[in-house]
Design a protein around this ligand. Structure first.
Ligand code: DGT
Ligand code: CA
Ligand code: CA
Length: 574
């Protein structure tokens, strides 16, 4: 149990006591204790070990006893009991902004309401307004709060979380006492969706940082404000947490708050085996009298202390990275700079907004050596798919531009419709004229698994199909993938040499990280493509790189890390 978890339990006890209208002094004692623990710069566990709990101002003997019980047994009997004394829906209501324990007490006692849904109905029927201190405005606020509560239960897509985090970081960086600042949590691990955004800061003046943070223009509500940790809800309902630590703990705190929780637990256990204590405050060598701090300012201190090299954040999920670290078999993960080009973008010949020339120049600006223009094929009419004649016309334009460029090449490609029976939109004669063929499904997903699977497999077996676009067809937060036999698809990719796309478009991120190792074991190669429909979308590549790194891929696994000559050899077009 860490400081935060213990503080939360005391807050929760205070809430329940307040709902039950118990003695205000008792309620205040719990609140005070929670706040004090939250703001402690040291670990409460250490203070407990040294027998100094009751030296903390604001912690009396009674509370000290409960802290000991929590640390020793991970439970508090009093809390278990008091929680059972009220309906659980009442505690959920406390998560609605503008609903505190007093309001909950009122609606429970006067209206016998015990759930968020019940509260919503009562407010809509204007049953609350008649009570003192309630009124129509309060009813409006509660309805709004319920809406936000539902929205915030949803996870944030990574691209949205990243924009929010970067904005806040750029503002906090301006605070003069900020010595270091980093994204932490699942956003740093590049998960595809983010629960809340975590930011870590090193500063000598945490109060100043907290004051700036909680008064940023985008802050809508302050959920918690303390000396070491604050939490806010910004416009749109998203939650942002910051922690402020001393500079000499920044590395270990960054490791701790990057997570994942499962990874942290394994690391801490390894520390114990090595007679070390590893926590957010530092790495400590256990001594008879006193522990000795042997690291803390750098993240690598954690890994070094237990005899392993630095493990990149994207791998920290306890999916084998600890074992690989210990045995010296960590992969050398792919980096964004390894990409030599993008093999799936659109131009205004089909549904893109930019010309081929504009796309090519934007690719050059990003340091690429090639780009494959893969406009849609003829049967995808809603996306202005090209027919055979238009392909010939487009080729002329591509040739003209290629004559102009040095050290850069436009590859002529297509995002080719795969029909329900597995037939392709163009004949082999036409496909032969193209440099890159990306096979894709955009219609008829509702077929059963066999139909969808053999449809894709048949396309992969065609010699001219180089890549399968967004292989499972899922849209994050909107649509699950098609029903397909994924292991069979991965195997066929390996057998036929057809690369699997890691589509970097933020709502796709398809193929997902969890399939990459299995695909690699089956011999598959990958292409990290943006599917850009405009020049700015070329920047989505970083999200594809995040997926690849979470899937432990190295540059040799990804065909668009190849130089143009080797790429053409591998595509069979040289
Ligand atoms: P999210 O926000 O659901 O996408 O996932 P995270 O990983 O960002 O989780 P979050 O925001 O609850 O906590 C940030 C990190 O703090 C988490 O990855 C690991 C660390 N952490 C939080 N709670 C605990 C805990 O109880 N034990 C340990 N060992 N680490 C924790
Ligand atoms: Ca988080
Ligand atoms: Ca968090």
């Amino acid at each position: 149990m860490n400081n935060r978890e213990i503080a939360e339990i005391f807050h929760s006890i205070a809430d329940i006591l307040e709902i039950k209208s118990e003695n205000p002094f008792r309620i205040r004692a719990y609140r005070k204790a929670a706040q004090t623990i939250e703001d402690l710069p040291q670990s409460i566990k250490d203070i407990h070990t040294n027998g100094k709990l009751s030296d903390i101002p604001g912690i009396g003997e009674g509370i000290a006893g409960k802290i000991s019980e929590l640390i020793q047994t991970e439970k508090l009997k009093e809390y278990e009991e008091i929680r059972k004394s009220v309906p659980s829906g009442l505690l959920e209501m406390l998560n609605i902004s503008s609903v505190g324990p007093k309001t909950v007490a009122l609606i429970y006692k006067e209206l016998d309401i015990t759930s968020v849904e019940g509260l919503e109905k009562a407010v809509k029927d204007h049953k609350l307004a008649k009570f003192p201190g309630m009124g129509e405005k309060k009813e409006e606020n509660i309805l709004h709060g319920i809406k936000i509560l539902r929205e915030t239960k949803e996870r944030i897509p990574i691209y949205e979380a990243e924009v929010i985090a970067e904005n806040i970081i750029s503002l906090l960086r301006k605070v003069p006492t900020v010595q270091n600042i980093s994204i932490a949590g699942s956003l740093r691990r590049r998960r595809e969706t983010i629960g809340d955004i975590d930011i870590l800061i090193a500063s000598k003046n945490s109060e100043e940082v907290m004051n700036v943070f909680t008064t940023l223009p985008q802050v809508e509500e302050i959920l918690a404000k303390g000396n070491t940790r604050s939490s806010v809800r910004i416009d749109g309902g998203r939650q942002v947490d910051i922690r402020v630590v001393q500079e000499d703990s920044f590395g270990t705190a960054l490791h701790y708050f990057t997570g994942s929780k499962a990874h942290n637990i394994r690391i801490r256990e390894l520390g114990i085996k090595n007679n070390l204590k590893i926590n957010e405050y530092g790495v400590f060598k256990r001594g008879k009298e006193q522990d000795e701090k042997i690291g803390g300012s750098k993240e690598v201190d954690v890994f070094k202390s237990i005899g392993m090299p630095y493990i990149p954040p994207e791998m920290r999920e306890d999916r084998g990275e600890i074992e690989a670290g210990l045995s010296g078999t960590l992969p050398k993960l792919i980096k964004i700079d390894n990409l030599r080009g993008d093999l799936h973008v659109h131009s205004n010949w089909s549904d893109g907004t930019n010309s081929i020339e504009e796309m090519a120049e934007a690719a050059m600006e990003r340091g690429y050596r090639y780009i494959a223009i893969c406009d849609h094929s003829k049967s995808l009419k809603i996306a202005s798919g090209l027919d055979e004649k238009q392909l010939v016309e487009r080729q002329k334009e591509i040739n003209k531009l290629n004559n102009k460029y040095r050290n850069f090449q436009i590859l002529s490609g297509v995002e080719l419709e795969i029909h329900i029976n597995g037939e392709l939109d163009f004949s082999d004669d036409v496909l032969e004229t193209l440099d890159v063929v990306v096979g894709a499904i955009h219609t008829g997903f509702s077929q059963d698994e066999n139909v969808n699977t053999s449809r894709i497999i048949k396309a992969m077996e065609n010699n001219y199909v180089d890549i399968i676009a967004h292989p499972t067809g899922r849209l994050l937060g909107k649509r699950e993938g098609y029903k397909i036999d994924i292991p069979a698809i991965l195997k066929t990719a390996g057998d036929t040499g057809t690369a699997l796309e890691i589509n970097a478009f933020p709502e796709r991120l398809d193929l997902a990280d969890i399939y990459l190792q299995e695909a690699k074991e089956k011999g598959a190669k990958f292409a990290i493509n943006t599917d850009a429909h405009s020049i700015s979308q070329l920047d989505f590549a970083k999200f594809g790189i995040g997926v690849a790194r979470r899937g432990w891929l190295e540059k040799q696994d990804v065909i668009n890390c190849l130089d143009i000559d080797e790429l053409q050899k591998s595509l069979g077009t040289s």
